[in-house]
Write a protein of this length. Structure first.
Length: 199
């Protein structure tokens, strides 16, 4: 399989799964509703937020619009960068898979911001809320720990898109030499290469 085909397959598959899960919870549950999946440590818990990962908020109004536009710009650059690396034959399989995970995760939440407010008639274009649903109550964090003390680990509620983006970022951190070994002149040459988006 060509690397460009693999990238497109990963992105399309993850975005589809992310959106199907979100639509399922949105159409079958109410905000704040929760039910256990495994024992008392893994729940489906429907919440919405203004846009950052893991239930974090960047505010409403201009802050929300700025975040949506920033996401679109960043994911556009990463898409260009990935396929430019593939065209230059500078992207290994790990790089392709990792950047595809990050792109898919970003696109999944961008779709929420772009369309969900319109579909569910509560906000204009780019102002929709991001839907989260995975909640893990693994163990209680000691009270003496700043910020999260007294809450369960993992305290954040997240979705498929958040998970994929986070996995991609952790892979980059752990295997950073796979991602940051290109010479400066090679990176500059990427700008002159046509992109091959064909599978």
């Amino acid at each position: 399989m060509k690397k460009s085909s693999l990238a497109l397959l990963i992105i399309i598959l993850i975005v589809a799964i992310d959106q199907l899960v979100k639509i399922w919870v949105k159409t079958t549950m109410s905000i704040g509703e929760m039910f256990p999946v495994f024992g008392n440590w893994f729940y489906i818990y429907l919440v919405e937020n203004e846009g950052m990962a893991f239930g974090l908020s960047f505010g409403t109004g201009f802050g929300k619009l700025f975040l949506s536009l920033l996401r679109i710009g960043v994911v556009g650059f990463i898409i260009y960068y990935l396929f430019a690396l593939i065209n230059k034959k500078q992207a290994g399989w790990l790089v392709v898979i990792t950047l595809s995970l990050i792109i898919a995760g970003a696109l999944g939440n961008i779709i929420d911001s772009m369309l969900y407010g319109i579909i569910w008639s509560y906000a204009p274009f780019l102002y929709g809320h991001v839907v989260d649903m995975f909640y893990f109550k693994l163990f209680m964090i000691p009270n003496w720990i700043p910020l999260w003390g007294g809450s369960y680990f993992f305290p954040a509620i997240f979705n498929v898109a958040d998970a994929c983006t986070t996995i991609g970022i952790f892979i980059i951190i752990i295997w950073n030499k796979k991602f940051f070994t290109h010479k400066k002149e090679d990176l500059k040459n990427l700008e002159t290469q046509p992109l091959d988006l064909e599978p």
